[in-house]
Write a protein that binds this ligand. Structure first.
Ligand code: TXA
Ligand code: MG
Length: 319
């Protein structure tokens, strides 16, 4: 098992010598490596069992570093970076030739963000290169929001997990690209679309494409527990329909009593969708271990971070 540590210098040294390390961000933990080190990037794809056509996000220490990896940056992208970085917003921008094709899977764009976590910002500031970091989970499974989640997923595949506590946001960054000057939402995430639209005006949305996914986080099945999971707007009816099974129930605010429910959690007793987003993945990890035959998850309200939560629940429940 990788060593869980708070020693930034130790992790930095491992990354400088071509190693891979798990790092905390405000969204989820990432599996990080030097973007310019082909061996480190190969290792990330191998450890995650991630298909090589699925590009990685580049993590920068600050907005000024953007020019080292991106060019021809739309004015709107700069405005978004200024408003939301450090934070859970990833921008798809034309890449500089110096960014290896291995990072972008041959695409002309590079995905970039400045993560908002004090340890990782210190780590990035101490390195002379940006870090590529996909979420630190095996391809397709639930993303990790604690060092313990990462440790459970991996054996001796890499040396260190930098322990930054539980992720404050708990769902991946929102991904925005540009079609000319028109901003496009590629992935719902922990920055609400409404907050982005307050600056950009209405966003275009791109739809699922299983064959040639623009952003493979958009694959229809993803973020999935091992236990069969279904999503419903009507908990009472769905629990009744599966009453012959051992049920684990995931709800928004209130508990629900039924003899077939062997385990249940509420994401946000306070009714706040931010609370629910931060709690989602840890709850899904526990649901999956509850010994139930089926997980029944309640659909969240369709606004704010409810959009990102419902997106993840839909992918978790897709056959
Ligand atoms: O919050 C996050 O974004 C976390 C933390 C660690 O920063 N990272 C993360 O990485 O979620 P990952 O690899 O699990 O998801 C990145 C998504 C993938 O769906 C990938 O296909 C997409 O970003 N992506 C990366 N580069 C892209 C590009 N040039 N064009 C389109 N999609 C891209
Ligand atoms: Mg991921």
């Amino acid at each position: 098992m990788p060593q869980i540590t708070r020693d930034i210098a130790l992790v930095a040294e491992s990354l400088r010598s071509g190693g891979v390390a798990a790092i905390p961000t405000e969204t989820v933990y990432g599996l990080a490596g030097n973007i310019y080190d082909a061996g480190a990037i190969d290792a990330i794809y191998r450890i995650k069992q991630r298909p090589s056509h699925n590009p990685l996000i580049v993590h920068l220490p600050n907005r000024a570093a953007l020019d080292t990896v991106a060019k021809d940056i739309p004015a709107l992208a700069l405005a978004l970076a200024e408003r939301f970085w450090p934070g859970p917003l990833t921008l798809l921008l034309p890449k500089k030739d110096t960014v290896p094709d291995q990072i972008t899977a041959g695409k002309a764009t590079v995905a970039v963000r400045v993560p908002n976590h004090p340890l990782t910002l210190q780590l990035l500031a101490s390195l002379s290169f940006p870090l590529a970091a996909p979420s630190a989970n095996p391809f397709g499974s639930i993303s990790p929001t604690s060092a313990a989640h990462v440790a459970e997923y991996f054996g001796d595949d890499f040396a260190y997990i930098l322990d930054g506590g539980e992720c404050r946001k708990g769902i991946e960054s929102t991904i925005i690209g540009f079609n000319g000057d028109q901003p496009v939402l590629y992935r719902w995430g922990s920055l609400a679309a409404e907050d982005i639209e307050a600056i950009t005006g209405p966003l275009q949305h791109i739809t699922h494409n299983e064959q040639a996914p623009e952003a493979p986080g958009m694959l229809l099945r993803h973020y999935a527990p091992d236990t069969q999971t279904i999503l419903t707007s009507d908990v009472v009816e769905t629990v009744a329909a599966y009453a012959d099974r051992k049920i684990a129930l995931l709800r928004f605010r209130e508990p629900y009593q039924h003899a077939s429910i062997i385990y249940q959690e509420q994401l946000a007793p306070d009714g706040d969708l931010n609370t629910a987003a931060a709690a989602l993945y840890a709850a899904m990890h526990r649901m999956d271990k509850a010994g139930a035959d089926i997980i029944i998850a309640e659909r969240m309200p369709d606004h704010g971070l409810g959009m990102a939560i419902n997106d993840r629940l839909e992918r978790a429940t897709h056959a």
